[in-house]
Unconditional design. Sequence first.
Length: 381
Amino acid sequence: MPKTRLLVLGAVPALALAVTGCGGGKTGDQAGTGASGNGKIAVTATDTECKLERTEAASGPVTFTISNKGAKVTEFYVYATGDRIVGEVENIAPGLTRELIIELPPGTYETACKPGMVGNGIRGAFKATGESRPLTEDAKLAQAIGDYHRYVQSQTSALIDKTTEFVNAVKAGDVEKAKALYPIARTYWERIEPVAESFGDLDPAIDAREADLEAGQEWTGFHKLEKDLWVTKDISKSGPTADKLLADVKTIVEKAATAQLSPLELANGAKELLDEVATGKITGEEDAFSHTDLWDFAANLEGSRAAIAALRPVIADKDAALAKTLDEKFAAAQAELDKYRSGDGWKLHNELTEPQLKALADAINALAEPISKVAPLVATR
């Protein structure tokens, strides 16, 4: 958090995540039109306005190009009914332009810019019209969704199991056991974590950091318990927080089982998971009390790899050179991270030097660049 956040699966209109890099294997109008014939929709974000050059598009793949003309870091969101997040781009610094490619079924939506990355944002109505052929009409893309669905199911099952063990240790007052289980439970969360943003307040309830809290917001979830374990060192009153964490995780898993993926979600989610590392976690801001950030790094990298692996047959068909580059960059990023293994886990973040952290960030960014080309490739018929 306030981070970038893959997704999880079943029978709702397709959700979609953000592509946070520009550029792509298929460039120009192809990257922005997809099957629907939409051109790219320019969004001008300032500290007081969120202007879209048009507020209607043909249903199907839609590309928003967001330029931050303000003085504050901003975010851009597309919401469906009930504030369900359909797509997002976070951490858009002043002067930067980022792209978001999503698949929109026919219907009404809201767009929002969030200067300062807080609050409900500057909102406006948006509509997707007409009928479009879903990308999953392509048999290989449909297969990719099925393959990834099975991966997510394995992760959500383990997430409940390990979170239960962690919660039980907290409630039993076993500080050392809870400390050992904390980064392990979070591993399964981090592999699929961006799905949580699609479900309203569940993600901040589970994963909000103390620095992210807004005025009056109750602090719950993993990081509250992290502080209890490592800083206050008193978990005698942490039982209710632990119980709420487990209940919220179970709710996420239930919702995930009935969500339906678009192939663009796999592509965009793979990029987002890497951005989480390179733009936030690399600083140690995520697990600020336990310094177990490298467990999160490894989980984000694995989650990204799983999404790209599901899409790889499609990538290889459309751009064999890109598929080869992705294989090489994943291997390089993993090799860089593997330097910091410690037993069955990882070294603590505060045990790494600045040059070591920079080398990790460089390896992740080198992988993120070719991954940014996957969504435009997938959106092109």
